[in-house]
Ligand binder design. Structure first.
Ligand code: ADP
Ligand code: MG
Ligand code: ZN
Length: 500
């Protein structure tokens, strides 16, 4: 029996009557130079089918060779997640037909994942810590991409499909949680906080660029509900490819409300994959979920087991970075900012950018100011994440330095930043090309001041009479006349000098 109704239950009623259970599967594309089992490059955005060879398009007789750099990254991920590393782990064939999968099987790991039994402690909005248990992290290869032409982009309604195998064989690590129970109404928040913490950890570890918008970090969210008196898990759905942090939260909440409405109406949940729709935050039915048996897993006969020796593992443990949240706490006390300020920085995704800007020479205050206000607005109007803006922390620090040296006013500095964002080049070059530097020449300023005073005799009279506050209007006119390129403090001095 399927859903008698597609209605959603009010969230408060959902959590009053049911306990959610979640399982999060995160795929991370490793930033290795070459693919998992061949020497093809992995760079994103190349012309279709230009980064392929007999191995990654599955031609008969070709043989895979495991990429040592990818194994190293997988071990470091396992260690960062407090996992045990298996002394001998086997690759396995996961058999299924799909056009973007040229071999008709995917090389993955099954009963011997390289890393298992770990945990990640994530900090929630109220400052409490939630421990997410990690079941395993295993290595596998990515699939190619299907492009559906002549419709909305979905396969339904398309006239034909094209295949791009550049991504086929790119190294992936899949990180799978144990069922997350007991989060109650906070389940969507826990899901988002987990993926956020995992992304930050993976970024700090340097194994991936973790760009959710480019698919280098992808999350599948399993959700089921238990009635308050139930003792066994309910049937789960698996919402695939939830591709932003916000969407993880939205997708979990939506599935909870949808499943609750079905269960309350006496229906049953179908075990299936579901598509997430970014546009309206809903999910829709995908395919009935295969079970492990359907994949006919068996050990990959063309690859030897991976046997990392204990010394190597220990030396890799030594390369792990300071944990992002430990680093944050340290930085917060170094900068002497409040919990609220720090939380705002975290929420807008600015912490690492601010740190990098400070490392490049800016003061913490200036770096913070730029990222959380002007650049955050720019990201908003340009529809990108803060770290997707086309400006580097180094460039921001350079602009801050130009302001500190008095070469740029804040207004001019913002114009320079916009030009950098528009791809016009480096800050110093933009200042030179556009002649944006602050006018230092007093004689040029004096002329503008005299003109402004002559045009406003009544105001000039007031200033002469001791009403210094009236100088603001004259300063404004001079700033306008110099297209913002004067130093307002100097202009004010000149105005007052001219009137005394
Ligand atoms: P699959 O092959 O279906 O993707 P995995 O074992 O890779 O299965 O992942 C399943 C995920 O769902 C895991 O994170 C697991 O903890 C979680 N999970 C298992 N059972 C349930 C359930 N009833 N409700 C919610 N999550 C579940
Ligand atoms: Mg899975
Ligand atoms: Zn190849």
């Amino acid at each position: 029996m399927t859903a008698p109704t597609a209605d959603l239950m009010d969230y408060d009623d959902v959590v009053a009557g049911f306990d959610p259970v979640m399982g999060l599967e995160v795929h991370v594309e490793l930033g290795t130079r070459t693919k998992m089992f061949c020497g093809c490059p992995t760079a994103f955005g190349a012309e279709p089918n230009t980064q392929v060879c007999p191995v990654c398009i599955g031609l008969p007789g070709s043989l895979p060779v495991a990429n040592a750099a990818a194994i190293e990254s997988a071990i470091r991920i396992g260690l960062a997640l407090n996992c045990s590393i298996r002394p001998s782990s086997q690759f396995a064939r996961k058999n299924y037909f799909y056009p973007d999968q040229p071999k008709n099987y995917q090389i993955s790991q099954y009963d011997e994942p390289i890393a298992y039994d770990g945990h990640l402690d994530v900090v929630l909005g109220d400052g409490t810590t939630w421990r997410v248990e990690i079941e395993r992290a295993h290595m596998e290869e990515d699939t190619g991409k299907s492009l559906h032409i002549g419709g909305s982009g979905r396969i339904h309604g398309a006239s034909h499909s094209l295949l791009d195998y550049n991504r086929a064989g790119v190294p992936l690590v899949e990180i799978v949680t144990r069922p997350i129970e007991g989060a109650g109404e906070r389940a969507p928040e826990v899901a988002r906080a987990y993926v956020t913490a995992l992304r930050d950890l993976l970024r700090a570890t340097g194994v991936s660029d973790v760009r959710m918008d480019q698919g280098s970090l992808r999350c599948d969210a399993n959700v089921s509900l238990m009635r308050k008196d139930a003792t066994e898990f309910g049937t789960r759905t698996e919402t695939k490819n939830v591709n932003s942090l916000k969407s993880v939260e939205v997708a979990v909440r939506y599935e909870m409300r949808r499943q609750a409405a079905i269960l309350a109406a006496g229906g049953e949940i179908v075990q299936e994959t579901r598509h997430f729709h970014e546009s309206d935050g809903t999910t829709s039915a995908g395919r009935r979920k295969e079970t492990a048996e359907d994949y006919r897993y068996f050990p990959e006969p063309d690859l030897a087991p991976v046997r990392p020796d204990a010394d190597w593992i220990e030396s890799l443990r030594g390369t792990l970075p300071e944990l992002p949240w430990v680093r944050r706490a340290r930085i917060q006390s170094e900068w002497g900012v409040s919990d609220e300020v720090m939380r705002d920085l975290v929420n807008v995704g600015a912490v690492d950018l601010v740190i990098a800007t400070v490392d490049a020479g800016a003061s913490p205050e200036a770096a913070r100011g730029w990222w959380v206000s002007f650049l955050a607005q720019q990201a908003n109007t340009r529809g990108v994440e803060l770290d997707g803006l086309a400006i580097t922390p180094g460039q921001v620090a350079e602009i801050v330095a130009l302001v500190d040296e008095g070469k740029l006013t804040t207004k001019l500095a913002q114009q320079v930043a916009v030009a950098v964002l528009d791809g016009e080049g480096e800050p110093a070059q933009i200042v030179a090309d556009r002649g944006l530097e602050v006018v230092r020449d007093d004689s040029a300023l004096q002329k503008a001041v005299d003109e402004a005073l002559a045009a406003n005799p009544d105001i000039a009279e007031k200033i002469r009479g001791g009403k210094v506050a009236a100088a603001g209007k004259i300063v404004g006119d001079v700033m306008k006349a110099t297209r913002g390129q004067a130093d307002p403090a100097r202009v004010k001095e000149l105005v007052i000098a001219a009137c005394s």
